[in-house]
Design a protein around this ligand. Sequence first.
Ligand code: PLP
Length: 376
Amino acid sequence: MDRPVVDHRSPEFAQLTEDVRVGLRRVFGTQDGAPMLYPASGTGATEAALVNVLAPGDRVLAFNYGLFSGGLGNIARKFGYDVDEVGLRWGQAVSPDLVEEKLRADTPSNPYRAVLICHNETSTGVTVDVAAIREAMDAAGHDALLVVDTVSSLASIDFRMDEWRVDLVICGSQKGLMLPPGLGILGVSRRALAVGSQSGGSPRHFWDWEPIMRENRIGLFPYTPATLMLFGLRESLRMLVDEEGLENVYARHRRLANAVRAAVRGWGLSTVCEDPTFASNTITAVRTPSGVDSNELLRYARETYQLSLGGGIGQLNGQAFRIGHLGALNELEVLATIGGTELAFADLGIGVELGSGLVAAQRAFSKARVPALAAV
Ligand code: PLP
Protein backbone atom coordinates (compact mmCIF):
# COMPACT_ATOMS: atom_id res chain seq x y z
CA MET A 1 0.00 0.00 0.00
CA ASP A 2 2.93 2.27 0.65
CA ARG A 3 3.49 3.25 -2.97
CA PRO A 4 2.85 6.08 -5.39
CA VAL A 5 -0.84 6.51 -6.18
CA VAL A 6 -1.68 5.09 -9.59
CA ASP A 7 -4.19 6.40 -12.11
CA HIS A 8 -7.50 4.72 -11.26
CA ARG A 9 -8.41 4.70 -14.93
CA SER A 10 -5.29 2.82 -16.04
CA PRO A 11 -5.15 -0.83 -17.25
CA GLU A 12 -3.10 -1.69 -14.13
CA PHE A 13 -5.94 -0.49 -11.98
CA ALA A 14 -8.56 -2.42 -13.95
CA GLN A 15 -6.64 -5.63 -13.20
CA LEU A 16 -6.47 -4.71 -9.52
CA THR A 17 -10.26 -4.22 -9.41
CA GLU A 18 -10.77 -7.63 -10.99
CA ASP A 19 -8.29 -9.38 -8.66
CA VAL A 20 -9.93 -7.89 -5.60
CA ARG A 21 -13.43 -8.87 -6.73
CA VAL A 22 -12.31 -12.47 -7.38
CA GLY A 23 -10.62 -12.71 -3.95
CA LEU A 24 -13.61 -11.21 -2.14
CA ARG A 25 -15.92 -13.82 -3.68
CA ARG A 26 -13.69 -16.47 -2.11
CA VAL A 27 -13.96 -15.01 1.40
CA PHE A 28 -17.71 -14.44 1.03
CA GLY A 29 -18.08 -18.04 -0.14
CA THR A 30 -19.93 -17.17 -3.33
CA GLN A 31 -19.63 -18.07 -6.98
CA ASP A 32 -21.76 -15.35 -8.48
CA GLY A 33 -22.45 -12.82 -5.71
CA ALA A 34 -21.38 -9.28 -6.58
CA PRO A 35 -18.78 -7.57 -4.37
CA MET A 36 -19.28 -3.81 -3.92
CA LEU A 37 -16.48 -1.62 -2.59
CA TYR A 38 -16.98 1.83 -1.16
CA PRO A 39 -14.49 4.34 0.25
CA ALA A 40 -16.33 4.09 3.59
CA SER A 41 -16.51 1.73 6.58
CA GLY A 42 -18.83 -1.01 7.76
CA THR A 43 -21.50 1.54 8.65
CA GLY A 44 -21.47 2.83 5.07
CA ALA A 45 -21.77 -0.72 3.75
CA THR A 46 -24.81 -1.23 6.03
CA GLU A 47 -26.46 1.88 4.64
CA ALA A 48 -25.66 0.73 1.09
CA ALA A 49 -27.18 -2.69 1.77
CA LEU A 50 -30.45 -1.30 3.07
CA VAL A 51 -31.12 1.58 0.69
CA ASN A 52 -30.70 -0.53 -2.42
CA VAL A 53 -33.37 -3.09 -1.50
CA LEU A 54 -35.78 -1.44 0.96
CA ALA A 55 -38.29 1.36 0.45
CA PRO A 56 -39.62 3.59 3.24
CA GLY A 57 -42.43 1.77 5.04
CA ASP A 58 -41.01 -1.70 4.29
CA ARG A 59 -41.10 -3.99 7.30
CA VAL A 60 -37.89 -5.57 8.58
CA LEU A 61 -37.20 -7.98 11.42
CA ALA A 62 -34.22 -7.17 13.67
CA PHE A 63 -32.81 -8.43 16.97
CA ASN A 64 -31.04 -6.37 19.60
CA TYR A 65 -28.40 -8.42 21.46
CA GLY A 66 -25.60 -5.88 21.55
CA LEU A 67 -24.47 -2.51 20.26
CA PHE A 68 -24.03 -3.56 16.63
CA SER A 69 -27.11 -5.76 16.20
CA GLY A 70 -29.06 -2.92 17.79
CA GLY A 71 -27.28 -0.57 15.38
CA LEU A 72 -28.74 -2.40 12.39
CA GLY A 73 -32.27 -1.60 13.61
CA ASN A 74 -31.29 2.01 14.37
CA ILE A 75 -29.92 2.60 10.90
CA ALA A 76 -32.99 1.01 9.31
CA ARG A 77 -35.36 3.21 11.35
CA LYS A 78 -33.59 6.37 10.16
CA PHE A 79 -34.55 5.52 6.56
CA GLY A 80 -38.21 5.13 7.49
CA TYR A 81 -38.31 1.34 7.38
CA ASP A 82 -40.75 -0.23 9.80
CA VAL A 83 -38.44 -2.14 12.17
CA ASP A 84 -39.84 -4.93 14.33
CA GLU A 85 -36.99 -5.28 16.82
CA VAL A 86 -36.86 -8.16 19.28
CA GLY A 87 -34.88 -7.25 22.40
CA LEU A 88 -32.63 -10.00 23.79
CA ARG A 89 -30.21 -9.99 26.72
CA TRP A 90 -26.78 -8.68 25.74
CA GLY A 91 -24.80 -11.93 25.83
CA GLN A 92 -27.48 -14.03 24.13
CA ALA A 93 -27.43 -15.21 20.52
CA VAL A 94 -30.47 -15.08 18.22
CA SER A 95 -32.24 -18.40 18.45
CA PRO A 96 -33.40 -19.95 15.16
CA ASP A 97 -36.66 -21.00 16.86
CA LEU A 98 -37.42 -17.39 17.65
CA VAL A 99 -36.73 -16.40 14.03
CA GLU A 100 -39.04 -19.14 12.80
CA GLU A 101 -41.76 -18.15 15.28
CA LYS A 102 -41.59 -14.48 14.25
CA LEU A 103 -41.70 -15.34 10.56
CA ARG A 104 -44.60 -17.78 10.94
CA ALA A 105 -46.58 -15.08 12.76
CA ASP A 106 -45.87 -12.53 10.01
CA THR A 107 -48.69 -10.63 8.26
CA PRO A 108 -49.07 -11.97 4.71
CA SER A 109 -50.49 -8.66 3.41
CA ASN A 110 -47.35 -6.71 4.36
CA PRO A 111 -44.58 -9.21 5.07
CA TYR A 112 -41.07 -8.56 6.36
CA ARG A 113 -38.82 -7.70 3.42
CA ALA A 114 -35.60 -8.43 5.29
CA VAL A 115 -34.22 -10.16 8.36
CA LEU A 116 -31.21 -8.32 9.83
CA ILE A 117 -28.61 -10.40 11.67
CA CYS A 118 -25.25 -9.47 13.15
CA HIS A 119 -23.10 -12.59 12.68
CA ASN A 120 -20.55 -11.67 15.32
CA GLU A 121 -21.72 -9.21 17.96
CA THR A 122 -18.49 -7.34 18.70
CA SER A 123 -19.81 -5.73 21.89
CA THR A 124 -20.59 -9.04 23.62
CA GLY A 125 -18.40 -11.65 21.87
CA VAL A 126 -21.34 -13.72 20.63
CA THR A 127 -21.46 -15.45 17.24
CA VAL A 128 -24.85 -16.30 15.76
CA ASP A 129 -25.40 -19.52 13.81
CA VAL A 130 -26.33 -18.08 10.41
CA ALA A 131 -26.80 -21.52 8.81
CA ALA A 132 -29.44 -22.32 11.45
CA ILE A 133 -31.13 -18.94 10.89
CA ARG A 134 -31.37 -19.76 7.18
CA GLU A 135 -32.92 -23.15 8.03
CA ALA A 136 -35.43 -21.41 10.29
CA MET A 137 -36.39 -19.01 7.48
CA ASP A 138 -36.85 -21.95 5.13
CA ALA A 139 -38.88 -23.86 7.72
CA ALA A 140 -41.20 -20.87 8.02
CA GLY A 141 -41.41 -20.71 4.22
CA HIS A 142 -40.54 -17.01 4.35
CA ASP A 143 -38.79 -15.27 1.48
CA ALA A 144 -37.46 -12.15 3.25
CA LEU A 145 -33.93 -11.17 2.30
CA LEU A 146 -31.29 -12.38 4.74
CA VAL A 147 -28.97 -9.46 5.57
CA VAL A 148 -25.88 -10.29 7.65
CA ASP A 149 -23.35 -7.94 9.24
CA THR A 150 -19.97 -9.72 9.13
CA VAL A 151 -17.83 -6.73 10.10
CA SER A 152 -16.03 -8.64 12.86
CA SER A 153 -16.28 -12.17 11.43
CA LEU A 154 -15.54 -12.23 7.70
CA ALA A 155 -12.22 -13.88 6.87
CA SER A 156 -11.89 -15.03 10.50
CA ILE A 157 -14.95 -17.20 11.19
CA ASP A 158 -16.39 -19.65 8.66
CA PHE A 159 -18.90 -17.93 6.38
CA ARG A 160 -20.76 -19.36 3.36
CA MET A 161 -22.79 -16.83 1.45
CA ASP A 162 -24.08 -19.21 -1.24
CA GLU A 163 -24.61 -22.27 0.94
CA TRP A 164 -26.54 -20.28 3.55
CA ARG A 165 -28.21 -18.17 0.85
CA VAL A 166 -27.25 -14.91 2.48
CA ASP A 167 -28.47 -12.03 0.33
CA LEU A 168 -26.36 -9.21 1.69
CA VAL A 169 -23.01 -9.55 3.43
CA ILE A 170 -21.82 -6.37 5.15
CA CYS A 171 -18.15 -5.83 6.01
CA GLY A 172 -15.32 -3.36 6.40
CA SER A 173 -11.59 -3.50 5.75
CA GLN A 174 -10.25 -3.09 9.28
CA LYS A 175 -10.84 -6.38 11.02
CA GLY A 176 -10.39 -9.87 9.55
CA LEU A 177 -9.11 -8.39 6.31
CA MET A 178 -6.21 -6.93 8.30
CA LEU A 179 -6.24 -3.49 6.67
CA PRO A 180 -6.56 0.04 8.00
CA PRO A 181 -10.12 1.39 8.15
CA GLY A 182 -11.31 2.91 4.88
CA LEU A 183 -13.34 0.40 2.87
CA GLY A 184 -17.00 -0.49 3.19
CA ILE A 185 -17.47 -3.87 1.57
CA LEU A 186 -20.66 -5.62 0.50
CA GLY A 187 -21.45 -9.01 -0.98
CA VAL A 188 -24.70 -8.89 -2.94
CA SER A 189 -26.59 -11.98 -4.09
CA ARG A 190 -28.19 -12.22 -7.51
CA ARG A 191 -31.55 -12.16 -5.78
CA ALA A 192 -30.74 -8.95 -3.87
CA LEU A 193 -29.52 -7.36 -7.10
CA ALA A 194 -32.81 -8.22 -8.76
CA VAL A 195 -34.82 -6.85 -5.80
CA GLY A 196 -32.71 -3.69 -5.95
CA SER A 197 -33.39 -3.07 -9.61
CA GLN A 198 -37.10 -4.04 -9.46
CA SER A 199 -38.44 -2.60 -6.21
CA GLY A 200 -36.86 0.81 -6.45
CA GLY A 201 -35.38 0.77 -2.94
CA SER A 202 -34.83 4.20 -1.38
CA PRO A 203 -33.40 7.40 -2.87
CA ARG A 204 -29.66 6.89 -3.27
CA HIS A 205 -26.74 8.03 -5.36
CA PHE A 206 -23.36 7.15 -3.88
CA TRP A 207 -24.53 3.73 -2.67
CA ASP A 208 -26.38 2.77 -5.86
CA TRP A 209 -25.32 -0.67 -7.14
CA GLU A 210 -26.32 -0.12 -10.74
CA PRO A 211 -23.51 2.32 -11.74
CA ILE A 212 -21.00 0.36 -9.65
CA MET A 213 -21.83 -2.89 -11.47
CA ARG A 214 -21.68 -1.14 -14.85
CA GLU A 215 -18.30 0.48 -14.19
CA ASN A 216 -16.74 -2.50 -12.36
CA ARG A 217 -17.32 -4.65 -15.46
CA ILE A 218 -14.63 -2.59 -17.20
CA GLY A 219 -12.45 -2.26 -14.09
CA LEU A 220 -13.64 1.22 -13.14
CA PHE A 221 -15.67 2.83 -10.36
CA PRO A 222 -18.34 5.55 -10.60
CA TYR A 223 -16.45 7.48 -7.89
CA THR A 224 -12.77 7.83 -7.05
CA PRO A 225 -11.93 4.55 -5.33
CA ALA A 226 -9.66 4.24 -2.27
CA THR A 227 -6.79 3.24 -4.56
CA LEU A 228 -4.10 2.33 -2.04
CA MET A 229 -6.57 0.44 0.13
CA LEU A 230 -7.32 -1.77 -2.86
CA PHE A 231 -3.62 -2.66 -3.24
CA GLY A 232 -3.68 -3.61 0.43
CA LEU A 233 -6.85 -5.62 -0.01
CA ARG A 234 -5.40 -7.58 -2.94
CA GLU A 235 -2.45 -8.50 -0.76
CA SER A 236 -4.50 -9.45 2.30
CA LEU A 237 -6.79 -11.60 0.17
CA ARG A 238 -3.75 -13.41 -1.25
CA MET A 239 -2.43 -13.98 2.27
CA LEU A 240 -5.78 -15.31 3.51
CA VAL A 241 -6.91 -17.33 0.51
CA ASP A 242 -3.72 -18.45 -1.28
CA GLU A 243 -0.98 -18.45 1.37
CA GLU A 244 -2.55 -19.50 4.68
CA GLY A 245 -5.82 -20.84 3.24
CA LEU A 246 -9.23 -19.92 4.66
CA GLU A 247 -9.69 -23.21 6.54
CA ASN A 248 -6.36 -22.64 8.30
CA VAL A 249 -7.29 -19.03 9.03
CA TYR A 250 -10.52 -20.16 10.68
CA ALA A 251 -8.67 -22.88 12.63
CA ARG A 252 -6.08 -20.35 13.84
CA HIS A 253 -8.84 -18.06 15.11
CA ARG A 254 -10.49 -21.02 16.85
CA ARG A 255 -7.19 -21.96 18.49
CA LEU A 256 -6.40 -18.43 19.68
CA ALA A 257 -9.96 -17.91 20.97
CA ASN A 258 -9.91 -21.21 22.86
CA ALA A 259 -6.77 -20.12 24.67
CA VAL A 260 -8.23 -16.72 25.57
CA ARG A 261 -11.34 -18.42 26.93
CA ALA A 262 -9.17 -20.84 28.92
CA ALA A 263 -7.37 -17.84 30.41
CA VAL A 264 -10.65 -16.19 31.41
CA ARG A 265 -11.69 -19.42 33.16
CA GLY A 266 -8.26 -19.54 34.81
CA TRP A 267 -8.84 -16.02 36.13
CA GLY A 268 -12.17 -17.15 37.59
CA LEU A 269 -14.01 -14.47 35.57
CA SER A 270 -17.01 -14.92 33.31
CA THR A 271 -17.61 -13.96 29.72
CA VAL A 272 -20.48 -11.76 28.63
CA CYS A 273 -21.42 -14.51 26.17
CA GLU A 274 -23.88 -16.68 28.11
CA ASP A 275 -23.62 -19.94 26.19
CA PRO A 276 -20.11 -21.20 25.26
CA THR A 277 -21.56 -22.70 22.05
CA PHE A 278 -21.87 -19.17 20.71
CA ALA A 279 -18.55 -17.81 22.02
CA SER A 280 -16.87 -15.70 19.38
CA ASN A 281 -13.57 -16.71 17.83
CA THR A 282 -12.64 -13.09 17.16
CA ILE A 283 -13.40 -11.28 20.40
CA THR A 284 -14.00 -12.18 24.05
CA ALA A 285 -15.91 -9.82 26.32
CA VAL A 286 -15.04 -10.43 29.97
CA ARG A 287 -17.08 -9.22 32.93
CA THR A 288 -14.89 -7.36 35.44
CA PRO A 289 -15.26 -8.41 39.09
CA SER A 290 -17.86 -6.37 40.97
CA GLY A 291 -16.52 -3.06 42.19
CA VAL A 292 -13.94 -2.85 39.39
CA ASP A 293 -14.49 -0.19 36.71
CA SER A 294 -13.33 -1.69 33.43
CA ASN A 295 -12.53 1.79 32.08
CA GLU A 296 -9.94 2.17 34.82
CA LEU A 297 -8.43 -1.21 33.92
CA LEU A 298 -8.24 -0.16 30.27
CA ARG A 299 -6.64 3.17 31.04
CA TYR A 300 -4.07 1.61 33.33
CA ALA A 301 -3.17 -1.21 30.90
CA ARG A 302 -2.73 1.27 28.07
CA GLU A 303 -0.69 3.81 29.99
CA THR A 304 1.49 1.34 31.87
CA TYR A 305 1.99 -1.55 29.48
CA GLN A 306 0.92 -0.08 26.11
CA LEU A 307 -1.67 -2.84 26.07
CA SER A 308 -4.79 -1.91 24.16
CA LEU A 309 -7.82 -3.75 25.52
CA GLY A 310 -11.33 -3.04 24.27
CA GLY A 311 -13.80 -1.30 26.54
CA GLY A 312 -17.22 -2.38 27.62
CA ILE A 313 -19.49 -0.56 25.19
CA GLY A 314 -23.13 0.48 25.33
CA GLN A 315 -24.85 -0.95 28.41
CA LEU A 316 -21.60 -2.83 29.27
CA ASN A 317 -19.68 0.42 29.79
CA GLY A 318 -17.54 0.08 32.93
CA GLN A 319 -18.64 -3.52 33.51
CA ALA A 320 -16.66 -5.48 30.93
CA PHE A 321 -13.48 -5.36 28.89
CA ARG A 322 -12.80 -7.03 25.57
CA ILE A 323 -9.84 -8.94 24.23
CA GLY A 324 -9.72 -8.83 20.45
CA HIS A 325 -8.20 -11.88 18.77
CA LEU A 326 -8.62 -11.50 15.06
CA GLY A 327 -6.58 -10.75 12.00
CA ALA A 328 -2.79 -10.92 11.87
CA LEU A 329 -2.29 -12.55 15.26
CA ASN A 330 -0.43 -15.52 16.66
CA GLU A 331 -0.02 -17.54 19.87
CA LEU A 332 2.76 -15.43 21.36
CA GLU A 333 0.85 -12.20 20.87
CA VAL A 334 -2.13 -13.75 22.67
CA LEU A 335 0.11 -14.85 25.56
CA ALA A 336 1.56 -11.35 25.81
CA THR A 337 -1.95 -9.89 25.95
CA ILE A 338 -2.99 -12.29 28.69
CA GLY A 339 0.22 -11.73 30.64
CA GLY A 340 -0.18 -7.95 30.34
CA THR A 341 -3.79 -8.09 31.48
CA GLU A 342 -2.70 -10.09 34.52
CA LEU A 343 -0.06 -7.49 35.36
CA ALA A 344 -2.69 -4.78 35.21
CA PHE A 345 -5.00 -6.86 37.43
CA ALA A 346 -2.22 -7.36 39.97
CA ASP A 347 -1.08 -3.71 39.98
CA LEU A 348 -4.66 -2.53 40.54
CA GLY A 349 -5.18 -5.01 43.37
CA ILE A 350 -7.81 -6.99 41.48
CA GLY A 351 -7.80 -10.43 43.09
CA VAL A 352 -6.69 -12.53 40.16
CA GLU A 353 -3.66 -14.73 40.69
CA LEU A 354 -0.65 -13.91 38.51
CA GLY A 355 -0.11 -16.66 35.94
CA SER A 356 -3.53 -18.26 36.38
CA GLY A 357 -4.70 -17.28 32.90
CA LEU A 358 -1.28 -17.50 31.31
CA VAL A 359 -0.77 -21.13 32.27
CA ALA A 360 -4.30 -22.02 31.17
CA ALA A 361 -3.64 -20.43 27.78
CA GLN A 362 -0.23 -22.10 27.43
CA ARG A 363 -1.83 -25.45 28.16
CA ALA A 364 -4.46 -24.75 25.51
CA PHE A 365 -1.68 -24.03 22.99
CA SER A 366 0.80 -26.69 24.01
CA LYS A 367 1.34 -29.42 21.47
CA ALA A 368 2.25 -31.77 24.31
CA ARG A 369 -1.15 -33.10 25.25
CA VAL A 370 -0.02 -33.97 28.79
CA PRO A 371 -0.78 -31.30 31.38
CA ALA A 372 2.45 -29.34 31.92
CA LEU A 373 2.80 -30.12 35.62
CA ALA A 374 2.20 -33.87 35.27
CA ALA A 375 5.62 -34.29 33.63
CA VAL A 376 7.48 -32.83 36.60
N1 PLP B 1 -20.90 -4.03 12.90
C1 PLP B 1 -20.03 -4.62 13.72
C2 PLP B 1 -20.28 -6.03 14.14
C3 PLP B 1 -18.89 -3.94 14.16
O1 PLP B 1 -18.02 -4.54 14.99
C4 PLP B 1 -18.70 -2.60 13.73
C5 PLP B 1 -17.51 -1.85 14.19
O2 PLP B 1 -16.76 -2.30 15.02
C6 PLP B 1 -19.64 -2.03 12.87
C7 PLP B 1 -20.73 -2.77 12.48
C8 PLP B 1 -19.47 -0.65 12.38
O3 PLP B 1 -18.49 -0.67 11.40
P1 PLP B 1 -17.54 0.58 11.10
O4 PLP B 1 -16.98 1.03 12.40
O5 PLP B 1 -16.53 -0.01 10.15
O6 PLP B 1 -18.38 1.61 10.45
